[in-house]
Design a protein around this ligand. Structure first.
Ligand SMILES: *Cc1c(COP(=O)(O)O)cnc(C)c1O
Length: 414
């Protein structure tokens, strides 16, 4: 029977119990059992994020300019930190949004309006993106009637710059590079894509949603992180999610533009209704002020030192997982993790069948279809469970090898 609104209300104690019961069978992400969706740094980061969020849970970031001046200031400081981290030149600007998808939608909208101002409105538009780019570009294309042309990757799972160039035609307004891409966790050659964008006079968007707030700190550790940000000529906009490896509470993302004029193109401006002119830079109207205050608090709680220390622990963890997986007979990495995403396949055994056995042991497996791999986006909840995970993984590979059944019927799904 469908649930209806209860006749009488219920107090917190009973609600709390009921909710805990409802989620008791969920994947135990705090014990590292989920390979995506959630991020964890430290206890104090989580506590401070929660407290700062709750402090302004009832305010509305939509009112930042007319009512909530302090929250507006926090938002400006968050953006200023991002502009500095991403080597933005003078004259750059940005916006806080509710997530990577909104950041990407806005960049595509800004790009479309730039394109139309330049070329008129008649030509059908397209975006050229490597197959590894996030489906948020299809959402944007769907909403704005822009085709997304997907092009194959180079052998190293990075964008094939020649293939991107080959797909550009006179309707191409944008090309995309990821830093890193979600499926394989590697950073596309942004400098070469930037040169291509300048040569062909198209807009390059760098999708650093997943890696943006960890890559600069990994570079500070002295590891090899290629240039990917607004410091690269030809990069016109960049998206980076605070609610991923910025370790801020959801929802919080950022989108940045080399030129303030482009940032203004993403804005919406209407003056049609009785309440007068309505201008917003974001797709959403009402926005959680808690997302702003929590991001401000977490960034200031950690500081550069805190983020570098987390990056150090993350990369040590990634190295240990990578080595542990390579040590299991039959498994191999598809590519060495560059940041915090790992993807590995199998020889002789079906990796999706291994994933099924792992699921039986409580480990949700991320999968990729091409190449067939097990996939994980990892943060510090995965640090303490490494030995347990690797032991189960080795055992499951052994079980699948012994059973040697038909290929798994699983398919990759996000
Ligand atoms: C997560 C992600 C997005 C989308 O962000 P949401 O916050 O889920 O909307 C876009 N691109 C990449 C590479 C991502 O990992």
């Amino acid at each position: 029977m469908a649930t209806t609104l209860p006749e009488r209300g219920t107090d917190w104690a009973a609600l709390d119990t009921a909710m805990s019961a409802m989620t008791a069978g969920d994947i135990d992400w705090r014990r590292g059992r989920a390979p995506l969706y959630t991020f964890y740094a430290t206890e104090s980061v989580e506590t401070i994020g929660r407290q700062a969020y709750m402090k302004y849970m009832s305010e509305n970031a939509l009112g930042g300019r007319r009512a909530f001046f302090g929250l507006r200031r926090m938002e400006e400081e968050v953006l200023s930190i991002g502009l500095d981290l991403f080597n933005a030149p003078d004259g750059a600007d940005g916006t806080m949004t509710t997530g990577g998808t909104e950041s990407i939608l806005l960049a595509v909208k800004g790009c479309r309006d730039w394109w139309r101002a330049r070329h008129g409105t008649r030509r059908p538009l397209n975006i050229v993106a490597p197959v590894s780019a996030h489906p948020a570009f299809e959402k944007a294309g769907d909403l704005m009637d822009i085709a997304v042309r997907r092009v194959p990757l180079a052998a190293d799972f990075r964008a094939d710059v020649a293939a991107v160039g080959g797909a550009i035609d006179d309707g191409t307004m944008m090309i995309v590079g990821s830093a890193p891409c979600f499926p394989h966790g590697v950073i596309d050659p942004i400098d070469a894509l930037g040169a291509l964008a300048l040569e062909r006079e198209v807009w390059l968007h760098v999708d650093a949603c997943v890696g943006g707030y960890v890559a600069p700190f990994v570079r500070m550790l002295g590891r090899d992180v290629p240039a990917f940000d607004l410091g690269v000529p030809g990069v016109r906009s960049l998206s980076a999610d605070l609610h991923k490896f910025g370790f801020c509470p959801k929802p919080a993302s950022t989108v940045f533009y080399r030129d303030r004029a482009d940032a203004e193109r993403q804005a919406f401006d209407s003056d049609v209704w009785p309440n007068g002119r309505f201008t917003t830079r974001t797709l959403v109207g009402t926005r959680p002020a808690g997302g702003v205050s929590a991001a401000w608090a977490v960034l200031h709680h950690l500081g550069r030192e805190g983020y570098v220390e987390i990056a150090r622990r993350l990369m040590a963890m990634m190295d240990a997982y990578a080595d542990g997986i390579e040590a299991i007979d039959g498994l191999h990495l598809w590519v060495r993790p560059q940041l915090t995403i790992i993807n590995y396949g199998a020889r002789e055994v079906d990796i999706f069948a291994v994933a099924e056995r792992m699921r039986e042991r409580g480990w949700l497996a991320g999968l990729t279809r091409d190449p067939r791999g097990m996939h994980a986006m990892m943060s510090l909840q995965h640090e303490p469970v490494r030995d347990e995970f690797l032991a189960d993984l080795a055992a499951c590979v052994g079980l699948v090898r012994k059973a040697a059944g038909p290929a798994s019927a699983l398919d990759a799904t996000y």
